[in-house]
Design a protein around this ligand. Sequence first.
Ligand SMILES: CC(C)(COP(=O)(O)OP(=O)(O)OC[C@H]1O[C@@H](n2cnc3c(N)ncnc32)[C@H](O)[C@@H]1OP(=O)(O)O)[C@@H](O)C(=O)NCCC(=O)NCCS
Length: 126
Amino acid sequence: MRSFDDLWETSPRVLLITIAPHDATGELAGYTELDVPAEPDSPVEQVDTLVLPEHRGHHVGMLLKLTNLRELATRFPGSRSVETMNAEDNRHMLDVNEALGFLQVSYAARVEKEHRMSEESTFTIV
Ligand SMILES: CC(C)(COP(=O)(O)OP(=O)(O)OC[C@H]1O[C@@H](n2cnc3c(N)ncnc32)[C@H](O)[C@@H]1OP(=O)(O)O)[C@@H](O)C(=O)NCCC(=O)NCCS
């Protein structure tokens, strides 16, 4: 993680992170990240968002994303758009994103190769 952080230090991109410590325990309940490119015309990438299972369903995910988007608007007022990618069956994350105003613009399929001992290989669209 430290070497990953060191890489970000040298990058012209900025990783904007909001975290949510749990008041009672100090444990990190969740975080979200926006990857901000150096060129203001390029879209910002919404990357990871994670809330620990025991803290889900209390709008921590929504508040994390809202806070980070507000920080983006304050610190990078030239940013024009934010892109994100969600699994179609991740209803909780889609609920948050739709409420925040994200609109679907495209689909992407992933192809997974199943390794078999035989010559034959099968492919599954997931
Ligand atoms: C997706 C995720 C970040 C949502 O976090 P969260 O704090 O639970 O989010 P919210 O509470 O704001 O959830 C949004 C909606 O889903 C509901 N919800 C979320 N988790 C739920 C659960 N476990 N059971 C029932 N409802 C749930 C919320 O109640 C809310 O609905 P509402 O607005 O109608 O009340 C969290 O589930 C998670 O970390 N998932 C695993 C990682 C992941 O998939 N990340 C996104 C891909 S990058």
